[in-house]
Design a protein around this ligand. Structure first.
Ligand SMILES: [Zn+2]
Length: 138
């Protein structure tokens, strides 16, 4: 009996479930495949501050991966180390939560800059630190 029920749900894929936001326990009715999916969807759709911060943190993680983890196809720079990426993620979280206004991390040949954006909670950038200076002599 239970197997038949599960098969019917799988055949249709989605069912109407009450999902609970992980941050504020708000219940939302969503079309989901199971309870875990319903809770995930409700957390994403909830408009509470916890859900908003989590969304921004997910977005910042994707940006950090793009700049510091993924292999750069144009070989501008090498991926940062696991410790460096961890620090950058923690600093981004601190900026998102307004604990700090920004931070700059010296990675050797490149520099990571994490600051509050003008129209977003956080802006992350990476630039080369190498500089060439020449002095003219008499
Ligand atoms: Zn919520």
């Amino acid at each position: 009996m239970a197997t038949k029920k599960k098969d019917a749900a799988n055949a249709e894929g989605l069912q109407l479930l009450e999902g609970k936001c992980r941050y504020c326990d708000t219940l939302l009715s969503v079309m989901a495949v199971d309870q875990e999916d319903a809770d995930n969807m409700s957390t994403e759709q909830c408009t509470c501050a916890g859900s908003m911060y989590a969304g921004v943190e997910r977005s910042a993680t994707a940006l950090i991966d793009q700049l510091f983890v993924d292999d750069d196809p144009d070989a501008h720079w090498a991926p940062a180390s696991t410790v460096q990426v961890g620090l950058i993620r923690r600093l981004a979280t601190a900026v998102i939560h307004c604990d700090i206004l920004g931070a700059t991390v010296n990675l050797g040949t490149t520099q990571a800059k994490i600051v509050a954006g003008k129209s977003s909670p956080v802006m992350i950038s990476r630039k080369f630190t190498t500089e060439m200076s020449l002095e003219a002599v008499e």
